[in-house]
Design a protein around this ligand. Structure first.
Ligand code: BGC
Length: 763
């Protein structure tokens, strides 16, 4: 992590308000400063620093301030304005040692301006766009006095049933690792102490995306090779980029919960990876060690967690209640507590809070008059990023782009759904400021065309589903249900459709369906929406589907019945405008799927980089005694990396600079990409590698590089990819990261399935 030099700290200290006159100690080097401070702390004050509370109904605000002033709280989350946080910081500065608080929040894909959900961001394959989204989010969060975000969330997910798939960046280790770095850079800038940046706490460490059967909070059981090869690199990439914090996962790993996992938290994170920042438990996770069945009670849970190296306890009192007793009984040592306190104070130092506790809170006179003011939003950035995340999955007979003329029937429960447009974990975004598909289409056509609207169906009509959706977020009704009979709603929609030239149907999931704890046992579009689509299809009008969803869905029927299909995820504050930009061709779609889309839930987990096996299914050969499901077409519905454009791209064969690579050397693979269509457009050229024979079975292909390229109509460009020995390495059975000589295949394509191929030998 990049840090303020001691001089810079002292210079900034000179310009400080009240606190500057009475700092706990002159700001020396971080180490000396913290050591001096810790020498003056009581046990109670130390344990207070380890408590991270949520601002919520559990405690009143005066109670919270009282606890802070007594030195019993180290940080909070879920308060998101300067005037909320200032009194808490004032209280901290009334405490005996005046140790500042830090204020955290889940800034996942935007803060006030909401960008597309993370899975959508990944679909852009555009590192500049993703970085911009994190930078804007950090600026807005810092302007609201947030010091730390609980992000990025970089859990690899290969199981679309898992609702938190929406929160991560997809299935691929290489892509997610690249994004992890870009997100941390965007959040933290050059320095997490910068007043317009926030510290990143990468989560959920580790392997949370691999919960068994995609059921949230379930156990994870995984071989070490798979962990090291596929699941751990994105966390590592975030830490190498300097992320100052780590949030610990809720799951167990091979029987040991992450929260009590010494191997994970000490051997791997601290010793092997050299992490020096702060670790934070997830919500209530320390006490959950009792339910995991590895601790008899809170006493033992606190012992296991502090011994494992969990610095801060999120939203419970367990450390405060148990650590003094554990210390008195000799079950833990003073150094266990001190190590944790040192990390918390270190993070506060790195966030610049000792130099200026009001760094991001500012002065009351400068507080925004209206926290939700339009002027505080970054709509242009949100629209530009959102357009890049949309993936065109089908477009027969040039159905898209639509013309801005005649009449367009916009139908579906997600056509006018401002809450859903923002996606889950939408931080401090408010639905009133998000642009729906309806609004986006209307703004795009003005008076050139008529937009006719009907809801057509409810998102779901399953009482169990609706009860769940309206329960998870308590402060408002997530899903508004139209009480009319389904048949009446469909009849109305069909009438509207019949009077239009083309139908645009906005269907999929409500945002609560792709959220924490929202695992699904099917991946279908819910039944009432399917019935609506059948009825719309029967009108014979061209049918364009605009999908909103936070996970891969099983889209076989929809791919059959639609003329065009645009995957839009949950596209954020400017979603409706971005969708209209693509539907009308003001932006040529360039997104590519960051996850494989299955044919049915029965294929899950399904991902492109599966291991080679002895009896693979081979197209064209007899299928018996081959690895497949006999009752379904083999292979996924849509491959990883897939996405169409309004123009056509062609790739040449691959040229390699040499048929061999020497150890320590490099090799260049070149292809020529041509835009053979009639529009300018961008696409993603993807490079995959396969190690043909190794000491352990290797994936059939692995993404190793990509370039997002914009070409004018008719333009061609030769692209060069440099392969190095590092690209050929894998974790062997001794968990050594090494390569082995032999043959490798290089595959380059515009998706993971349709590739050109060459081979070379590593000597
Ligand atoms: C989630 C975390 C989140 C925390 C605080 C937990 O339920 O698992 O991802 O950061 O809540 O909001």
């Amino acid at each position: 992590m990049k840090r303020l030099s001691a001089l810079a700290v002292l210079v900034s200290l000179a310009a400080l308000p009240a606190f500057a006159q009475t700092p706990p100690s002159p700001l020396k080097s971080k180490e000396v400063f913290i050591r001096d401070l810790m020498q003056r702390m009581t046990l109670q004050e130390k344990i207070g620093q380890l408590r991270l509370i949520s601002i919520g109904p559990e405690m009143t605000k005066p109670q919270i301030r009282q606890e802070i002033a007594a030195g019993n709280i180290g940080g909070t989350f879920n308060s998101v304005s300067r005037d909320e946080n200032r009194p808490m910081q004032d209280a901290a500065l009334r405490s005996r040692l005046k140790i500042p608080m830090f204020f955290a929040y889940d800034v996942i894909h935007g803060h006030r301006t909401i960008f597309p959900i993370s899975l959508g961001l990944a679909a852009s394959w555009d590192m500049d766009a993703i970085g911009l989204s994190a930078k804007v989010a950090a600026q807005e969060a810092a302007a609201d006095s947030i010091d730390m975000t609980f992000g990025p969330m970089v859990d690899i997910s290969r199981d679309a049933r898992w609702g938190r798939t929406s929160e991560g960046f997809g299935e691929d280790t290489y892509l997610v690792s690249r994004i992890a770095k870009v997100m941390v850079d965007g959040f933290q800038g050059n320095d997490p102490a910068a007043p317009d940046h926030v510290m990143a706490a990468v989560k959920h460490f580790a392997l949370y995306g691999a919960v068994e059967a995609g059921r949230d909070y379930n156990a994870v059981d995984m071989s070490p090779v798979r962990m090291y090869q596929d699941y751990l690199p994105p966390y590592r990439a975030a830490l190498d980029a300097g992320a100052g914090g780590v949030m610990v996962a809720l799951n167990s790993i091979n029987g040991q919960p992450a929260t009590s996992n010494k191997w994970l938290m000490q051997d791997l994170l601290r010793k092997d990876w050299g992490f020096k920042g702060v670790t934070i438990s997830d919500h209530g996770a320390i006490l959950e060690l009792v339910k995991h069945g590895v601790a008899a009670d809170g006493h033992e849970a606190a012992k296991l967690a502090i011994k494992a190296g969990i610095d801060m306890s999120m939203n419970d009192k367990v450390y405060g209640e148990q650590l003094p007793k554990l210390l008195a009984s000799g079950e833990i040592q003073q150094r266990d507590i001190d190590n944790a306190v040192r990390d918390v104070l270190g993070a506060k130092y790195d966030m610049g809070l000792f130099a200026d506790p009001y760094r991001r809170i500012g002065k009351a006179v400068d507080d925004p008059a209206d926290i939700n003011a339009e002027s505080r939003l970054h709509r242009e950035a949100a629209r530009d990023v959102a357009r890049k995340t949309l993936v065109l999955l089908k477009n027969d007979n040039h159905t898209l782009p639509l013309k801005k003329q005649g009449s367009i029937a916009l139908i579906g429960p997600l056509a006018n759904a401002p809450i859903d447009m923002m996606g889950s974990w939408s931080a401090a975004g408010i639905p009133e400021q998000s642009v729906t598909v309806l609004q986006g289409l209307r703004d795009a056509v003005g008076d050139k065309a008529k937009i006719l609207y009907a809801k057509g169906a409810n998102v779901s009509d399953d009482p169990r589903v609706l009860a769940f959706l309206n329960h998870i977020i308590l402060d408002r009704k997530e899903v508004e249900i139209d009480p009319r009979p389904a048949a009446d709603m469909i009849a109305e929609a069909v009438k509207v459709a019949q009077s239009a030239d083309v139908i645009v149907a906005a269907v999929g999931e409500s945002r609560g369906m792709s959220h924490e704890s929202a695992s699904r046992s099917t991946l279908d579009i819910p039944a009432p929406q399917r019935a609506l689509l059948d009825a719309l299809k029967a009108t014979g009008k061209p049918l364009v589907l605009v999908l909103m969803n936070g996970r891969p869905l099983a889209l076989e029927p929809q791919l059959q019945q639609s003329d065009a299909l645009l995957e839009t995820w949950f596209a954020g504050t400017e979603g409706g405008h971005a969708i209209a930009d693509v539907l009308f061709g003001d932006y040529n779609p360039s997104g590519k799927l960051p996850m494989t889309f299955p044919r049915s839930v029965g294929q899950v987990p399904v991902y492109y980089n599966y291991l080679s096996i002895g009896r693979p299914f081979v197209p064209g050969e007899q299928p018996n005694y081959r690895s497949q499901y006999f009752d379904q077409e083999p292979g996924p519905q849509l491959p990883f990396g897939y996405g169409l454009s309004y123009t056509d791209f062609k790739l040449s064969d691959i040229t390699l600079s040499s048929p061999t690579m020497k150890r320590g050397g490099t090799l260049e693979a070149s292809v020529t990409l041509s835009n053979t269509g009639e529009r300018d457009g961008a696409t993603v050229v993807q490079l995959y590698l396969r190690d043909v024979a190794a000491s352990l079975a290797q994936p059939v292909k692995q993404l190793k590089n990509f370039q997002k390229v914009m070409l004018k109509a008719g333009e061609s460009r030769t692209l060069h990819f440099t392969l190095s020995e590092d690209d050929l390495k894998f974790y062997n059975s001794q968990l050594k990261y090494a390569d082995e000589p032999g043959q490798f295949l290089v595959q380059i394509g515009l998706d993971s399935a349709d590739v050109k191929q060459q081979s070379f030998v590593l000597q």
